[in-house]
Design a protein around this ligand. Structure first.
Ligand code: ADP
Length: 665
């Protein structure tokens, strides 16, 4: 085993690798950019080396600097994590030349599998089923358009060097092909430095099922069964589970065998994943190879949960020359595991990535009386920021239970106890996905979110009254803690004493709705709270940070986090955000923006789709921005005429900066 390894990554995966290394007594070296000097992964490692500026090009992709750091600090091996340099064959080769072990497969396997087109050609030869498509070298637009026609619409255009769903475009008709191709090529060039594409038949409602494989340098190769990663948004996984529900033993065996054949075709060593798309039809299920990822996957913890194995430990053992610790027959699957990816994003706004400071990040506690079956992998802590420079993933929540139904319930409960404020995120959205009929009945396919959209997007929070009661209690609690000499809520704020009764008003804004509440207190009696037209007795107390509330017949518990005028209320039923309105501050800032259309996030303006003087309709595309390596289309909020363009294509645009001015109407 190694004495010291360098982890060429950041965030949760760097922390994840460091944890196993520490358990095995292997010292770890972190690398970090200017933005990450205080990051969790730096603290998780024994030593750390600064490698450059905030951008990934200037830091985590600077492989020469990373190699120099590894040599200088005496590391024997480099763990690349996922993303960044993990599938970079040049880097793997450079490690070998420098006398460092690259913890991953050989450069040839990375190279062959790294290009979707090349890997498909090899798989075709190996006899592994492929989706009908075109993966040739000729990239002339007219040929590609003809191929799309031959395959038959709808087709999927993919970046050949792609990953993470980037660049992928579904095209439903020939007329849209050219634009989609250009947009895919642009995103591919930008993200992967390579604009080659391939075209595939777009399989309707497929499942995504992948097989975890492991090879060693002694010629042994086994698989650790499958993961179902069908629940996706923007072609990126949201929920992953193992085993794949409803997969017959025969399919499972055939897919395992195909995955091993794929890995064998490139003499695979280390951890890898062979991804398949599964078409479901009346005839049954057919599976097709889509790609092999030559690294550890984000979703590896579900495999760890059901097999009881530590995949990072296996990676380290195999890279240091050991044989696979188990044979195929010894690998057993127990129970069911599900992982949810918690991301900084706004599901209601086409999952636009969000940035900001994690003012609150409270995570579910391990159970007091049971073996913990909840795992949280994260590379950020409360107070850290999600920046526009890196991935938008905040954490992964993984649960394990005897059955799928129990795992689902446990995940929902754990998500209810994951409290995040300060950054928009998908926790509530994921809980709604778990609550859909499709998910509960394991009717999984990549269109699940689209199919269930009525129940998933633009949902109301929970009852207004409960939120207001909680916010009032939290207000009183914060006054108690800030006023040491507090005796009763009436001595600290403006109030009126009228014939032995004091009253106090509270104004809140929630979902654009304003709600007025009045708290009244008899001198020798309890409190009553009036909310809009209802009123009832009210009491509260704090139990270790959790508020116990009583309003009339209802009693419930919640956590409330107050930040300036904002209150975030979390109960098992969900979360709700409301704002305390200072009645003295009149609605003066209203409609500040007028017809200015602001950039939804910091990023680069790629192009305007309109010119000054153009008449536009609500919902029409106005501009394309790129942020976090993804393209986002900015649309007109209302009908109007373009009055002025305030940036030029190629400009870096700060968040909230007006992009263009529309005269409305
Ligand atoms: P990436 O490497 O960018 O993640 P993949 O090729 O792995 O791209 O595909 C990502 C996801 O896109 C798959 O999980 C699946 O949901 C969808 N997908 C890929 N190929 C097809 C296809 N031919 N038809 C329908 N959906 C597909």
């Amino acid at each position: 085993m190694f004495n010291k390894i360098l982890i060429a990554n950041r965030g949760e995966i760097a922390c994840r690798v460091a944890a196993t290394a520490a358990r095995l007594g292997v010292r770890t070296v972190a690398v970090y950019s200017d933005a990450d000097a205080q990051a969790a992964h730096v603290q998780a490692c024994d030593e750390a080396v600064h490698i450059g500026g905030v951008s990934v090009q200037d830091s985590y992709l600077q492989w020469q600097r990373i190699l120099d750091a590894a040599l200088q600090i005496g590391a024997q091996a480099v763990h690349p994590g996922y993303g960044f340099l993990s599938e970079n064959a040049d880097f793997a080769n450079a490690c070998a030349r420098a006398g460092l072990v690259f913890i991953g497969p050989g450069a040839v396997a990375i190279e062959t599998m790294g290009l979707k087109a090349a890997s498909k050609q090899l798989m075709e030869k190996t006899g592994i089923p492929l989706v009908p498509g075109y993966h040739g070298a000729d990239q002339s637009p007219s040929l590609l358009a003809n191929e799309a026609q031959r395959i038959g619409f709808p087709v999927l255009i993919k970046a050949s060097a792609g990953g993470g769903g980037k660049g992928m475009r579904i095209v439903h008709q020939a007329a849209d092909f050219a634009d989609a191709l250009a947009s895919c090529q642009r995103e591919a060039k930008n993200s992967f430095g390579n604009d080659a594409v391939l075209i595939e038949k777009y399989v309707q409602r497929p499942r995504h099922i992948e097989i975890q494989v492991f090879g060693d340098s002694h010629g042994n190769l086994i698989h650790l069964h499958e993961r179902d990663c069908s629940v996706q948004r923007r072609h990126q996984k949201v929920l992953e589970e193992s085993p794949a529900p409803g997969l017959s033993e025969d399919m499972r065996e055939r897919m395992g065998a195909a995955a091993l054949a794929a890995a064998r075709a490139v003499n695979y060593v280390g951890a890898g994943t062979v991804e398949f798309i599964v078409e479901q039809s009346e005839r049954g299920m057919d599976f097709f190879f889509i790609e092999m990822n030559t690294r550890l996957q984000v979703e590896h913890p579900v495999t760890e949960a059901v097999t009881g194995l530590d995949l990072v430990e296996w990676q380290l053992r195999i890279a240091s020359g050991e044989s696979l610790p188990l044979t195929q027959a010894q690998v057993k699957v127990h129970g069911h595991a599900i992982e949810a990816r918690i991301c900084a994003e706004t599901p209601d706004n086409d999952f636009l990535p969000a940035v900001g400071r994690l003012n609150v990040m409270r995570t579910p506690q391990a159970s007091r009386f049971a073996v913990s079956a909840v795992r949280l992998d994260s590379g950020v802590r409360e107070g850290d920021s999600i920046s526009p420079y890196y991935d938008s993933m905040i954490a992964k929540l993984i649960v394990h239970a005897d059955t799928r139904a129990q795992a689902l319930a446990r995940l929902d409960q754990a998500l209810a106890r994951l409290h995040i404020t300060g950054v928009q995120n998908n926790v509530a959205f994921v809980r709604r996905v778990l609550g859909t009929d499709s998910f509960a009945r394991a009717q999984l396919d990549t269109a699940l979110i689209e199919r269930e959209k009525a129940a998933l997007f633009h949902q109301q929070g929970w009852p207004v009254h409960q939120a207001i009661v909680a916010a009032v209690a939290a207000q009183l609690r914060s006054e108690m803690t800030t006023q040491q000499a507090w005796t009763d809520p009436w001595s600290v704020r403006n109030h009126w004493l009228i014939q032995g009764q004091s009253t106090r008003g509270f104004d809140y804004a929630l979902d654009e709705q304003s709600v007025h509440a009045v708290l009244s207190c008899e001198v020798r009696g309890g409190m009553r709270l009036h909310i809009a037209n209802d009123e009832a007795d009210f009491s509260w107390h704090d139990e270790a940070g959790q508020l116990q509330l009583q309003w009339g017949e209802q009693s419930w518990r919640c956590h409330v986090y107050v930040n300036g005028p904002d209150s975030h209320v979390f109960t098992d039923a969900g979360e709700c955000r409301l704002q305390f309105v200072n009645p003295l501050a009149h609605a003066s800032q209203a409609v500040a923006a007028g017809g200015n259309l602001a950039a939804p996030m910091p990023g680069k303006l790629l192009s305007f789709a309109v010119a000054v003087g153009d008449k536009v309709r609500a919902g029409q595309a106005l501009a394309v921005m790129e942020a976090m390596k993804m393209e986002h289309t900015v649309v007109a909020p209302a009908d109007g005429t373009v009055a002025e363009l305030l940036f030029a294509a190629g400009d870096q645009v700060p968040e909230g900066a007006p992009l263009l001015r529309l005269s409305l109407g």
